[in-house]
Design a protein around this ligand. Structure first.
Ligand SMILES: O=C(O)CCC(=O)C(=O)O
Ligand SMILES: [Fe+2]
Length: 369
């Protein structure tokens, strides 16, 4: 990546402050009650309440005692480092392109500004049934995309597959807790993921940056899927926009914990009870940083709409329904073929019936950029 190309430079108001604000961080949730089999019902109830408050007030929380074995995570992290330590020509052997949207990529933009990062993407379920780029609603053009695994390091595939298997178990536990926290049966959301899920795992590598005051590793955004589970290393850089006052709060790295956040699909399912928060990743001039998010998404043919149990006369649906595959096809086509335009985001794609101030602001920004 070398020196700072103007394409990486953030507008003045979006540049990061180098001193981090750590006060009153995201909620910490200890999942041991659901890992131990002999847990009292009251402990589960307490956990469900914590999940409810975290999803509602922050859209983000951190979990520990989550059941993912530390060795599995360490193996994943060391294979990831070995992959990115290689020369760029080697990494580009598995580059993502119009034929295959998964693999290595180093030119991603968020809100039309280059991110100071390189990524390696792979699907949780492979091959994944994804809509072809020209989407039709009864899509006969769905394509089964395989993952592209590099020859070097050889262990990346096995380490990744093992890692995903363990994080999936955590995901299903969180999904149960979230269902309960919305006063729904614990298995209410599971069916969305039982077949053809389009979940995506990503390894983010942020090299040291000569201008960490001007560029960002990932610019401000909300995740578009249902739920994200992210592992970050000990360097730190993730910041979450606190809902109560709009301040950017640094998420202090905690060894062996995971960061969980709500995405736009969950916002719609919950009819706006749980809304994800904007977040971004800062970079620094001395240390490279890694983070590994898994974006959990339903099957591409899912129609995303507020859950019927959560709407009634007093709580009418706040969102129109939309087809997840159509959203994916539109945003992916946009990112591959028209790199100079804004990436498609949820707010541009489907407008809630009732506009909230946030939506208005983000659309105004989209126009200005
Ligand atoms: O690196 C991080 O901490 C955040 C990454 C992120 O938000 C993303 O990849 O969507
Ligand atoms: Fe994100």
């Amino acid at each position: 990546m070398g020196e700072v190309d103007p394409a990486f430079i953030q507008e003045l108001e979006h540049r990061p402050k180098l001193a981090a604000l750590e006060a009153q961080g995201i909620p910490q949730i200890d999942l041991s009650p659901i890992i131990n089999s002999s847990t009292a019902a009251s402990a589960i109830e307490d956990l469900v309440n914590q999940v409810h408050d975290a999803c509602k007030n922050w859209g983000f929380f951190q979990v520990n005692n989550h059941g993912v074995p530390v060795e599995v995570r360490e193996k994943m992290e060391s294979a990831a480092k070995r992959f990115f330590d290689q020369p760029v020509e080697e990494k580009k052997k598995v580059r993502r392109d119009e034929e295959n949207p998964f693999g290595y990529y180093d030119t991603e933009r968020t809100k039309n500004v280059r991110d100071w990062k390189e990524v390696f993407d792979f699907k949780v379920e492979a091959p994944t049934l994804m809509p072809a780029s020209s989407y039709e609603s009864n899509d006969e053009h769905a394509i089964k995309y395989p993952n592209q695994w590099p020859h070097h390091p050889e262990e990346l595939r096995e380490a990744s597959e093992e890692y995903v298997k363990e994080v999936l178990k955590l995901f299903y536990k969180l999904l149960e807790l979230i269902s309960l926290s919305l006063n729904l049966p614990s298995n209410r959301l599971e069916a969305f993921f039982s077949k053809d899920q389009t979940s995506l795992a990503r390894i983010n590598h942020y090299p040291p940056c000569p201008a960490p005051d001007l560029a960002l590793g990932v610019g401000r955004h909300k995740d578009v899927g249902a739920l994200t589970i992210l592992a970050q290393d000990d360097v730190g850089g993730l910041e979450v926009k606190r809902k109560s006052d709009g301040e950017w709060i640094f998420v202090k790295p905690t060894p062996n914990s995971f960061i969980v956040n709500v995405g736009d699909i969950m916002t719609v399912w919950s009819n706006g009870k749980y809304e994800g928060a904007e977040h971004r990743a800062k970079v620094n001039s001395t240390r490279e940083r890694f983070s590994i998010p898994i974006f959990f998404n339903p099957a591409s043919y899912t129609v995303v709409e507020p859950l019927a149990e959560l709407i009634d006369e007093r709580n009418p649906a706040k969102y129109e329904n939309y087809n997840w595959g159509e959203f994916l096809a539109t945003s992916e086509r946009n990112n591959f073929k028209k790199p100079d335009v804004e990436n498609i985001e949820f707010n541009d794609f489907k407008k809630p019936h009732k506009l909230k101030l946030d939506d208005v602001i983000s659309r105004v920004e989209n126009v200005v950029i």
